[in-house]
Each structure stands twice: as structure tokens, then as C-alpha cells.
Write a protein that binds this ligand. Structure first.
Ligand code: PLP
Length: 403
């Protein structure tokens, strides 16, 4: 066996997903496999399928695939579109770029609004393009809510507003893989037709489940859509889900975990979960500023509360720094993806996470910067702690207003 020998203490998994799986969820999954056609399974299925609606803020159906997030991307497209359909996407970063590639390989014609990987989707650009499309050739607008490669959160409600102002009938699909259950998201209220999500981030589960929340317009589109689909097809899934079952073998033990995750999120309260992520995100940004380093997101109102991508000073390699934090301090940080590889590192601050875990994370980054010889000012951890201390005594009402 190669690699590192056993190390004492806890490994800090501070990549922006997969995230730390809490004990409660680990214990919930640590059970014998069950008969997925038996009566007990139907109850579990119905419970999670119902519970998910509150997480997505929808009254419509949510389907669960035994797949990573990429599967749910593909499902959203193949269920609603036909070969050659034009779709509008926006270059927010690596994940938007990957979704585009997937759409092209499926035979869709993608228009990619250019971006600099430092900002979210520009609602005005979406509105202008749709207003131009008088023949309504564009069948869908597909965006990534929280770009995990850049730490930028697009303003989903504003993009919906742009589609409405253009009076355009395109479907609206949103990838919430790294925002769901960490940052505010409202499928119904924001007029989203298909929401794509995954298990391994805000839902605090291992990788292996992904989701489509499906609005009525998307359900209607699925009847006419002609892209080939079998495994991903909504119709047999929705039919089986009526009684809590699945058309093929579901990931039974992950569903035990999902039931526990929904219970944990409900007990904490989604608003409190979002406020916690906002607080920990802001503390992280204060640390980065105090170090004198630059946050990749150039638009403060689009800061992500689930991760922060940090630009390395010129001439310093982010991956060399990450190697030091792993080897010296047993902490995994996210790497730069695609065209920002080596130029940024990412601090994940989402999921089952709290003040002291963040303090440890930021201490690891600050020590790592010193150990790797990356020029920075000291005191990032202290500014984060000062902020957290102040916020800890803030009444919940203030938290909500400013978070
Ligand atoms: C925003 C976003 N979209 C899509 C994906 C791809 O999901 P998966 O790797 O689970 O297939 C990820 C993974 O990190 C992501 O963060």
C-alpha cells in the first residue's frame, strides 16, 4: 500500500464537496441492506420523496437517481429537449463548461454567454439574447447557481426576471449541486422548471445520489421531448415513486442517510442553516482579506457561502501550497479546476460545519501559507474569530436580516 501512513487526529476535509458526513448520518446508513420491493422500503421511499420537497421549496415531484450530479444534469436535458434544440448557457466556470460539453454531446446546440470566471450569470445578457430570439428557437436557459470552481453564486431570481421581461417561453434549469441546503434556494417561487442537485455537499451525504425537482412546465415538455432516454426517464420513475418505490434498484443505504439528513436540516431549520453558512462564509472572506490575498469572486453580492476560491499571489503555485497543507496539517483544500488550475485554491465551508471547524480550517490555511512561503499578512484567523465572536452574540433576528 502506497501513500500516507496512519495519522492521528481528524483529517480536515475542506474541499467544497464531498463534505464531512456527520455521525448521525453515518449511523443511519450503517444498517443491513433491505428488500427494495418490500413494505418497509415503500415507507422510506415515501418519506424521503416527501421530505425533499421542503428542501427544494417545491410542491412538485423530486426524483432521486443512484448517480452523481452529472447524471442529474443529463436527466434534466434528455427528459425535456429534442435533438438539435438550442439552449442558452453561461460561462460561469468549470462546471458550466462541463454541462455545456454534456449538452453538446447529446446533440443540443449550445449558445454559451462568455464570462471571466469571476462573476455570475449576467441577467441583462440573458434578457438581451432572449429578446433577440423572436422565433423562440432557444428552448432552455441552463445555469449553475453556485459555481463550485469559482465560489460565485448567480442570482437565480434575477435570471428568472430576465426571462420574464423578455417574454420568452424557454425552460429554466438550475444546477444547485453545491448550493442546495447551504444557500437560499426556492424552486417554485423562483420559477425554475428543473432543479439539479446532488447528495455530497449541503445534504451532508456521501456521493451517489442526485436529484431533479420537476416543475409543471418541464413535465409537459417531457411528453413532447425526443432525446433518447431510458435510465433517466422521468415517467417510469414518477409512476413507481407514487407508492414510494423505484423502477430499478435504488441506493437503499444512502436513502437511510438522506432521511436522516432531511431530519437534521429540518431540526436546525433551513433559515438557520443558511444563516450559519452566511456567517462562516463571511468569516472566511475576512480571513482572506486580512491575509492580503484576493477572492476570485469579483462581485461581493455574488459571494458564495458554501466555498471561497482564493487567488494565489503571482509566481506561487496553488497546488504546491495545497500539498503542504495536506502533508503538514492533514487538511485537504480544493484545487483550481480548468483554466484556474494552479492559480486558485478553494476553501469549502459547507455542510456539517461550525465555528470551531472553520477556525481549525483557517488556522491550517494560515500555517500552510507560512510553511509554503506564500507572501501574506498574519492575522487572518484572528479577524475571522473576531467576526464570529461578535456574531455569536447577535440575536437571531439580526442574523436573518443581514445574513
Ligand atoms: C456545481 C456543480 N455541478 C456539477 C457537478 C458535478 O457533479 P458530480 O461530480 O457529482 O457528477 C459538481 C461537482 O462538484 C458541481 O459542484
Amino acid at each position: 500500500m502506497g501513500g500516507m501512513s496512519q495519522r492521528s487526529g481528524r483529517h480536515f476535509l475542506q474541499i467544497p464537496g464531498p463534505t464531512n458526513v456527520p455521525e448521525r448520518i453515518l449511523r443511519a446508513m450503517d444498517r443491513a441492506t433491505m428488500d427494495h420491493r418490500g413494505p418497509a422500503f415503500g415507507r422510506l421511499g415515501r418519506e424521503v420523496l416527501t421530505g425533499l420537497k421542503e428542501i427544494f421549496k417545491t410542491t412538485g415531484p423530486v426524483v432521486i437517481y443512484p448517480a452523481s450530479g452529472t447524471g442529474a444534469w443529463e436527466a434534466a436535458l434528455v427528459n425535456t429537449l429534442s435533438p438539435g434544440d438550442r439552449v442558452l448557457m453561461a460561462e460561469t466556470g468549470q462546471f458550466a463548461t462541463l454541462w455545456r460539453g454534456l449538452a453538446e454531446r447529446l446533440g443540443l446546440a449550445v449558445e454559451f454567454l462568455p464570462g471571466d470566471w469571476r462573476r455570475g450569470v449576467d441577467p441583462a445578457a440573458v434578457e438581451a439574447r432572449l429578446a433577440d430570439d423572436r422565433a423562440h428557437e432557444i428552448k432552455a436557459v441552463c445555469i449553475v447557481h453556485n459555481e463550485t470552481s469559482t465560489g460565485v453564486a448567480s442570482r437565480v431570481a434575477d435570471v428568472r426576471g430576465a426571462i420574464d421581461r423578455a417574454g420568452h417561453p424557454a425552460l429554466f434549469m438550475v444546477d444547485t449541486i453545491s448550493s442546495l441546503a447551504s444557500m437560499e434556494y426556492r424552486h417554485d417561487e423562483w420559477g425554475v422548471d428543473v432543479t439539479v442537485a446532488g447528495s455530497q455537499k449541503g445534504l451532508m451525504l456521501p456521493p451517489g445520489l442526485s436529484f431533479n425537482a420537476i416543475g409543471p412546465k418541464a413535465l409537459a415538455a417531457a411528453e413532447a421531448a425526443r432525446l433518447p432516454r431510458s435510465y433517466w426517464a422521468w415517467a417510469p420513475m414518477l409512476k413507481a415513486n407514487e407508492t414510494g418505490y423505484f423502477p430499478y434498484t435504488p441506493a437503499t443505504n444512502l436513502l437511510y442517510g438522506l432521511r436522516e439528513a432531511i431530519a437534521m436540516l429540518t431540526e436546525e431549520g433551513l433559515e438557520t442553516v443558511f444563516a450559519r453558512h452566511a456567517r462562516l462564509g463571511e468569516a472566511t472572506r475576512r480571513a482572506v482579506s486580512a491575509w492580503g490575498l484576493e477572492i476570485l469572486c469579483a462581485e461581493p453580492r455574488e459571494y458564495s457561502n458554501s466555498l471561497t476560491a482564493v487567488l494565489m499571489p503571482e509566481g506561487h503555485d496553488a497546488d504546491a501550497f495545497r500539498k503542504v497543507t495536506l502533508e503538514r496539517f492533514n487538511m485537504s483544500l480544493g484545487n483550481g479546476l480548468g483554466k484556474v488550475q494552479g492559480k486558485v485554491f478553494r476553501i469549502g465551508h459547507l455542510g456539517d460545519f461550525n465555528e470551531l471547524m472553520l477556525a481549525g480550517t483557517l488556522a491550517g490555511v494560515e500555517m500552510g501559507l507560512a510553511a509554503a512561503g506564500v507572501p501574506h499578512a498574519r492575522g487572518g484567523v484572528q479577524s475571522a474569530l473576531d467576526y464570529l465572536c461578535d456574531r455569536a452574540s447577535a440575536p437571531a433576528s439580526r442574523e436573518r436580516r443581514t445574513g
